[in-house]
Design a protein around this ligand. Structure first.
Ligand code: FES
Length: 59
């Protein structure tokens, strides 16, 4: 992965951190990601991006 964009600006959380959590915790939904690492569970504006990462990881 060449770049590691910030996905969740509320938590200043980069894509690699979210991918790591999805793999480690085996998250399947945005809600599960929020429960585990809070990403997407603050303002919610990054939910679409998290969903996209979930789709990539769980494809
Ligand atoms: S940007 Fe992720 S919850 Fe606000």
């Amino acid at each position: 992965m060449a770049e590691d964009p910030v996905i969740c600006t509320c938590l200043d959380m980069c894509k690699s951190e979210i991918v790591g959590a999805i793999r480690e915790k085996k998250c399947k939904t945005v809600e599960e990601v929020g429960d585990e690492i809070e990403a997407g569970a603050v303002c919610g504006s990054c939910i679409d991006d998290i969903q996209e990462i979930l789709d990539e990881e769980n494809a």
